[in-house]
Design a protein around this ligand. Structure first.
Ligand code: FMN
Length: 206
């Protein structure tokens, strides 16, 4: 096993030893795995580059190792077929999504978590229905869902769950506010990705 793949498995074991319930393998947003997956970044001419199958090889090796280390029911995966963050782009995000969603069935993961949009609005496509059609396990959606849309999507069976990002950051009591139908604090984008506690721990509760 390549040392880098072994490092993923060891990190997962460390997380479990530290008391976590599971790990989410980060295959999104231009980080290492995503750099293999998307063809704007992957310029390799060896067996880890070229076709979609070969670009996915690194992800599948990581998932195999992490699942063997801690059990597949403790492993989720996050993907971002459209996000151009970190200069990522794929020439065919729909084929990419369909292929990966189909292939991921064999890993029997706890869930697949997909970001449905692009932070910068540059790449657009309707990836979630495709993911739903090909992936047989638990599917989580993210990016731009309101609680109302999330409820509709889960009730209609389009998704099994929705992950909230900005809303949760700005509302430490987010679930209580959703239940109460209360107004939400508006996230302050100027404090995103900045150091210090401001914008992370100082939003008021109801
Ligand atoms: C301050 C901040 C930091 C974030 N850091 C990460 C990160 O490290 N990795 C990641 O994949 N997404 C990160 N995100 C993106 C969120 O996971 C999520 O995708 C985003 O907030 C969109 O979800 P939403 O539409 O529910 O707000 C971050 C978001 C914010 C606001």
């Amino acid at each position: 096993m390549p040392p880098i793949v072994e490092a993923f498995a060891q990190a997962a074991k460390n997380a479990m030893a530290a008391g976590f319930d599971g790990v989410e393998v980060h295959g999104a947003n231009g980080y290492l795995i995503d750099q293999f997956l998307r063809d704007s970044a992957n310029q390799r001419s060896d067996s880890y580059g070229g076709t979609l199958e070969q670009r996915a090889r690194f992800l599948f090796e990581v998932l195999t190792a992490v699942c063997a280390a801690i059990g597949s029911d403790r492993v989720g995966l996050r993907l971002s077929p459209l996000n151009s963050y970190n200069d990522m782009k794929d020439s065919d995000p729909l084929a990419w999504t369909a292929y990966l969603a189909e292939q991921l069935n064999r890993f029997d993961l706890a869930y697949l978590h997909i970001m449905r949009a692009d932070f910068f609005g540059l790449q657009k496509a309707d990836v979630m229905p495709l993911a739903r059609a090909h992936y047989k396990g638990v599917l989580i959606g993210n990016m731009g869902y309101t609680p109302t849309e999330a409820e509709a999507a889960t009730t209609e069976g389009k998704l099994d769950a929705v992950a909230f990002g900005n809303g949760f950051l700005a509302n430490p009591d987010f679930p209580a506010r959703v239940k109460a139908g209360a107004a939400m604090n508006v996230p302050d984008q100027s404090t995103f990705y900045t150091p210090g506690a401001k914008g992370y721990t100082d939003y008021p509760t109801l």
